[in-house]
Design a binder for this molecule. Structure first.
Ligand SMILES: [Zn+2]
Length: 355
């Protein structure tokens, strides 16, 4: 199918809920930062390095996949480098036509040079603020909210949850846990989730990517997740269009699914974009959102993900608007601010595109 041209999608306002800061660096920035600290990279030509990231993530080898993050995290250990990466992230998303983004990262992974958790958070927030201000000055306004991630295999979730709440009025809009699902159920971090609920704070949980329904069930029914990071395996509870109890609950409660098509193809969770359950989940009207996960490792952007979907499923502007409004409705910023973006930015633009 023809699909909507990428350039046209870039011009339309879009919203993104699931994007990792350490998965979206510019290759040229990695080269410069690595050179500054004497960190060895597999290659030092930015174009070659960009290809190396995508190929490694494509390889099907967990070792090579993890190596990609070892390099990005290695060059993000100072306030200057964190500020730079965050600033460029805001600029790159704005250049892609993203008007609202929630970008996540795990502060505990940026302490190797002795930074405190608070210093990490402040450097990233300042980078997002500076990048957003520059983008707005260039006529590309973007609002970037931060999600702080705790690692599932580690034991710092309570500390990171408290850190998130401490910065809730200065740009941190939510909390997340990420990392290997198998063997590390979200219920290991119940204290953190209960704390966040008592604080009336928002959180999402990486669940149901490679691992199946029990992970999704725990994230929602034990931990109280507001959204599901991926959640794509909810399709295991749908047979011939008939929803099981968990899938029904997820749809009835309008629990947002942060789907990441290209990332799922790369990790082997799904065979191809055309085979991605997003088609079925949209037809069944789950609260589906489209996301990038790791733009560097997948060589992608939100516009590209949407363009691939219009090609694979024959979607037009009405569906692109639906995904965008779903994401805005599911954002962790206050209701009135979500509504303002939907009514004043998203809907007027798509009204022209849909005609
Ligand atoms: Zn993710």
């Amino acid at each position: 199918m023809a699909g909507i041209p990428l350039d046209d999608i870039v011009k339309a306002p879009k919203a993104l809920l699931h994007d990792h800061l350490d998965g979206g660096l510019r290759p040229a920035t990695i080269v410069e930062l690595a050179d500054g600290i004497g960190h060895a990279l597999p290659c030092t030509d930015p174009a070659d390095l960009g290809r190396w990231f995508v190929e490694s993530a494509d390889s099907g080898s967990l070792e090579r996949y993890l190596e990609t993050f070892a390099h990005t995290v290695a060059v993000m250990q100072t306030e200057e480098s964190l500020h730079r990466v965050a600033r460029e992230c805001a600029l790159d998303l704005a250049a892609d036509g993203v008007v609202y983004a929630e970008v996540r990262y795990a502060p505990e992974q940026h302490l190797e040079n002795g930074l405190s958790l608070d210093a990490v958070v402040e450097a990233v927030l300042a980078g997002f603020a500076d990048g957003s201000a520059e983008a707005a000055a260039a006529g590309r306004p973007i609002r970037v909210g931060t999600l702080l991630t705790a690692m599932r295999h580690a034991a710092r979730s309570q500390e990171i949850a408290e850190l998130s709440v401490r910065y809730r009025d200065t740009g941190v809009v939510g909390f997340d846990i990420a990392g290997a699902e198998a063997g590390f159920p979200p219920t290991r971090h119940l204290d953190a989730f209960e704390y966040l609920q008592r604080e009336n704070f928002h959180f999402t949980i990486h669940a149901g990517e490679a691992f199946g329904l029990p992970s999704i069930w725990q994230a929602i029914q034990w931990c109280g997740a507001d959204r599901l990071g991926h959640g794509v395996r909810i399709v295991d509870d749908i047979t011939g269009g008939k929803l099981g109890r968990l899938a029904s609950y997820v749809r009835d409660k309008r629990i947002p699914l942060e789907l990441c098509p290209s990332s799922n193809v790369q990790t082997g969770a799904v065979a191809s974009i055309a085979d991605h359950p997003i088609g079925l989940l949209r037809d069944l009207r789950f609260r589906v959102t489209v996301n990038t996960d790791n733009r560097l490792m997948s060589g992608t952007s939100l516009s590209r993900e949407l363009a691939l979907l219009t090609e694979a499923f024959g979607y037009g502007w009405a569906e692109v608007q639906w995904f965008t409004v779903n994401a805005m409705k599911s954002a962790f910023i206050p209701f009135d601010e979500r509504l303002a973006l939907i009514n004043e930015v998203v809907k007027p633009a798509y009204a022209k595109l849909i005609g």
